[in-house]
Design a binder for this molecule. Structure first.
Ligand SMILES: Nc1ncnc2c1ncn2[C@@H]1O[C@H](COP(=O)(O)OP(=O)(O)O)[C@@H](O)[C@H]1O
Ligand SMILES: [Mg+2]
Length: 222
């Protein structure tokens, strides 16, 4: 059963002669337990695709269902609930709050409206499991890139989402830290999540079950 089902997505930026149709009929289906890597040149719309799936932005046409919830057509409150409960985001530049410790970044995501009741306990367990206990009290500026990304993954998992969306998650890491992050994403899928990972690195695609290429606004087998 597909956890992510996107069909016929269309997204245009700009207006009039400057209009650029970035997605033009993109379709994607991802099952529980599956990692799909999306590759493609810079500017082809990979980040845009993740934003649409995760309810951060809306397509002009097409439909998206995530974990049984119709994303397209959902109101702002429903989208907010979707983002917090069913979707975890991981970004290239980590996006941790700089004034909070790694641990506090993880726990904050479990304290927002619509968070899971057991999020704090999950957060502590994730900090242990991801090998972050010794640096839990450090600020992001005191952490290596790999540690920051592991905290970001713990944050993404704290509400036990059905879907993980990772946008070039290893793009700012050395080979070793990148490999660790890829294994964590793979483990996230093995626990039954659908993982969509945007990457331009062949090594990242190596943990994927399928690799798709975004080309002229559509996803094709790579
Ligand atoms: N919010 C936005 N406003 C205007 N143009 C945008 C916006 N987001 C993305 N774009 C444009 O859409 C195209 C695809 O962007 P993006 O999805 O970030 O590509 P990728 O992640 O594949 O590099 C680019 O030309 C980019 O400039
Ligand atoms: Mg991008």
């Amino acid at each position: 059963m597909a956890v992510v089902r996107a069909e016929g997505l269309v997204k245009t930026f700009g207006e009039g002669r400057a209009a650029r149709r970035v997605l033009d009929g993109a379709s994607l289906s991802v099952a529980a337990g599956e990692v799909v890597a999306v590759v493609g040149r810079s500017g082809t719309g990979k980040s845009t695709l993740l934003h649409l799936i995760g309810g951060l932005d809306r397509p002009e046409a097409g439909s998206i269902v995530v974990d049984g919830v119709q994303v397209t057509g959902a109101g702002e409150r429903a989208l907010s609930r979707l983002r917090r409960r069913r979707v975890g985001f991981v970004f290239q530049f980590f996006h941790l709050l700089p004034e909070l410790t790694g641990e506090a970044n993880v726990l904050l995501a479990g304290r927002v409206r619509h968070a899971r009741p057991d999020a704090a306990a999950r957060g502590q367990e994730l900090i242990d499991r991801l090998g972050l206990r010794a640096v839990a009290g450090s600020l992001p500026s005191q952490l290596s890139g790999g540690e920051q990304q592991r905290f970001a993954i713990a944050r993404a998992l704290v509400n036990d989402p059905a879907v993980l969306l990772a946008d070039e998650p290893t793009g700012n890491l050395d080979v070793h830290a990148g490999a660790e992050v890829l294994q964590l994403l793979r483990a996230g899928a093995d626990e039954g999540r659908a993982v969509v990972m945007v990457t331009h690195e062949a090594s990242a695609a190596s943990i994927a079950d399928r690799v798709l290429r975004l080309e002229r606004g559509r996803l094709v087998d790579a």
